[in-house]
Design a protein around this ligand. Structure first.
Ligand SMILES: Cc1cc2nc3c(=O)[nH]c(=O)nc-3n(C[C@H](O)[C@H](O)[C@H](O)COP(=O)(O)OP(=O)(O)OC[C@H]3O[C@@H](n4cnc5c(N)ncnc54)[C@H](O)[C@@H]3O)c2cc1C
Length: 85
């Protein structure tokens, strides 16, 4: 199973330690998530990446509409992409 967190930039800027500690603290901050994760064993390094998300301010106009990735993209991991598309 892969586990991650998609976060607002303002939150990510509060990170003071390494990525692993930050991910674990983020998981701990949501009790329902932590209840599932606290016994888990991590078997691969924690990776971080950014700047995937975007959204447009306008979705349609006369004779045109934007759907799916043309309008917005949230993240490449958690299966939101195919759902809006
Ligand atoms: C590496 C990666 C992994 C992903 N994994 C997941 C996942 O596990 N689950 C999930 O839900 N989402 C995932 N996504 C996101 C998901 O693939 C997209 O959000 C979704 O495919 C968007 O569908 P779409 O129809 O909006 O755009 P697209 O699938 O990009 O379709 C747009 C189509 O328009 C065509 N096109 C472009 N310009 C023109 C033109 N001028 N004339 C004619 N045709 C044109 C393109 O060739 C393309 O076929 C992933 C994305 C990437 C990059």
């Amino acid at each position: 199973m892969s586990v991650g967190a998609v976060c607002f930039p303002e939150y990510l800027k509060t990170r003071s330690g390494d990525n692993e500690a930050f991910l674990m603290q983020t998981l701990r901050d949501t009790p329902s998530v932590w209840a599932r994760m606290e016994q888990a064993e991590r078997i691969a390094p924690v990776h971080a990446t950014g700047n995937y998300s975007y959204t447009c301010t306008r979705m349609h106009g006369p004779g045109w509409v934007m759907a799916g990735d043309a309008f917005a993209f949230i993240d490449p991991v958690f299966s939101s992409g195919v759902y809006p598309a």
